[in-house]
Design a protein around this ligand. Structure first.
Ligand SMILES: [Mg+2]
Length: 254
């Protein structure tokens, strides 16, 4: 039997950038009794708390000890010590790398006419330094979900931005994720990095892991996990994930 269930977050556990549903929260808590549970996403630690951890219905310390948060594509790892969350490791970008990536993405988006600064809500930003990666969110973090879905449903705008970014600064990797996002990282600092560290930290083999993601196609931010040879379930939405988790819990009789 698999020992670890690992999950992309945006679109796999939730509707992008929103808290998980009661159904997913309930299923995850049940799974914590049987598996190590590892969400891995480009988002920051506080969003893992808001979107996942705070939604879990009364988890015990024992259950939380089986929840492993792989933040910023797994370049940061947090686990619970019975009292609070603690950071186990962190691999940040340098200030120079952050500045170069930020300038590159802005230039590419401006050239293509996809720099939507006029649509931002007050205090919001298009490019965010997430320490281990820099993230472009075309409409900012605070835009409405429908607005985000409508912006680039076929990925064409982001694919064009990525092509231009690669011309401008080929030393970085650019991945499409979520609904309006591009994550820029140093090569290798993608989900494969996080999953490789997961193997070490949890003392498990690739065969022990089942991974759920919605962007498992080449170029998608879940694809590096597929390339590692980890068993993967491709979902369209969190509803597919819920079906699969119900099936898994059904098979083990819970
Ligand atoms: Mg996703």
């Amino acid at each position: 039997m698999k020992k670890v269930l690992a999950f992309d977050v945006d679109q796999t556990l939730n509707i992008a950038k929103t808290p998980i549903t009661d159904e997913i929260a309930d299923l995850l808590v049940k799974c914590l009794d049987h598996f190590e549970i590892c969400p891995i996403s480009g988002q920051k630690f506080d969003q893992f708390l808001i979107q996942i951890v705070d939604r879990l219905p009364n988890p015990t310390a024992e259950q939380l000890s089986h929840l492993h948060l792989f933040v910023a594509q797994g370049t940061q790892y947090y686990r619970h010590n019975g009292q609070d969350w603690g950071q186990v490791y962190n691999y940040p970008l340098t200030d120079e790398q952050v500045a170069k990536i930020t300038a590159t993405i802005e230039q590419a988006a401006r050239e293509l006419g996809y720099w939507e600064a006029d649509k931002l809500k007050p205090g919001d930003e298009i490019i965010e330094n997430r320490l281990s990666q820099v993230t472009f969110s075309a409409l900012g973090q605070k835009a409405g979900t429908e607005e985000k879905y409508a912006w680039d449903p076929d990925h064409k705008k982001r694919e064009a931005i990525v092509v231009r970014c690669r011309e401008l600064s080929p030393e970085f990797d650019y991945e499409i994720g979520g609904t309006t996002s591009i994550n820029a990282i140093t090569p290798g600092m993608n989900k494969a990095f996080g999953m490789t560290h997961l193997l070490e930290e949890l003392h498990v083999n690739k065969e022990d892991i089942l991974y759920f993601g919605d962007m498992t196609q080449p170029g998608g931010n879940d694809y590096p996990v597929v390339q590692m040879g980890i068993d993967t379930i491709t979902v369209r939405t969190h509803e597919d994930t819920a079906y699969a988790l119900k099936g898994i819990l059904g098979v083990i009789g819970k």
